[in-house]
Design a protein. Structure first.
Length: 268
């Protein structure tokens, strides 16, 4: 079986050449030798006209290895709470294979992660990241993980299991957490709330991030993937976070009365 695109021609162009040109324009021209060695990045997943520049500027700053673990939220509620995709993905810019070695290591290391395609079929949060990764890494292999609402204790357990599996490979793995920030609030309200969440990420405080987002009712859809990614990166030795860009949908639409916030961060 192959996982086919679900938001091509909606969130991004379905035509391969058009898509490649658009993605190339959104990634800054940084020499490979000048790119950072990062453990994780946090990237938005809206339509490219809204969040593509933030995504491109973020991932364009780091070295993308051949293996990328992508964590995204479950917007549809289908499938398992921690659903690992094992089907290869057919994308407009070419086929993206699953890294079987890491996928098998995760399933072996974790008592919580389950192989499950049902959560992946309709989900866009991982799909929109792939063209950026493909542009930067022609030999890309992925391990896609869709995450539903889980407790902080479960996040910490999953992060430890991910770190064990990644550590066993002895090859570089980039973690991508897919998340938008506040949804459908005024620019002023969104920025105020998002700042609270971003401060916790920049402080390398995953528990504070989790509690702030849930306690303050910040509509950050990828809070679970972001918390897990931050915890996993810290297990693997990460000590700092950098905000590359924060913006919102109003920058593209002109409507600042109801925006969606977008942030790009690098964890190293």
């Amino acid at each position: 079986m192959t996982r086919m695109p679900v938001v091509a021609d909606r969130f991004y162009p379905a035509d391969p050449q058009t898509l490649q040109r658009m993605v190339a324009q959104m990634i800054p021209p940084v020499a490979e030798t000048a790119r950072q060695q990062a453990l994780a990045v946090i990237m938005p997943h809206a339509g490219y006209v809204y969040s593509g520049a933030t995504a491109g500027q973020t991932v364009g700053r780091v070295r993308v290895p051949e293996t990328v673990l992508i964590l995204g939220p479950n917007h549809h509620g289908r499938g398992q709470a921690l659903a690992l995709g094992t089907d290869d993905w057919q994308m407009p810019m070419g086929k993206v294979a699953i890294d079987r070695q890491l996928a098998d290591a995760l399933l072996q290391a974790s008592s919580l992660i389950v192989a499950d395609e049902q959560a992946h079929r309709p989900e866009h949060s991982l799909e929109v990241q792939l063209p950026f990764l493909q542009q930067l890494q022609p030999n890309l292999r992925i391990v896609p993980l869709v995450v539903s609402h889980i407790s902080y204790a479960t996040c910490t357990q999953v992060a430890r299991e991910l770190a064990v599996a990644i550590g066993s490979l002895r090859k570089p793995v980039l973690i991508v957490a897919s998340s938008d920030m506040s949804h459908y609030e005024s620019r002023q309200q969104a920025e105020q709330k998002d700042r609270m969440a971003l401060e916790r990420i920049l402080a390398m405080d995953p528990e504070g991030l989790y509690n702030t987002v849930l306690g303050r009712r910040i509509s950050m859809c990828g809070i679970m993937p972001t918390t897990i990614a931050l915890l996993t990166a810290m297990e693997l030795g990460a000590t700092s976070a950098e905000l590359v860009r924060y913006t919102d949908s109003g920058e593209a639409s002109g409507d600042t009365s109801q925006v969606v916030g977008y942030a790009g961060l690098i964890i190293s």
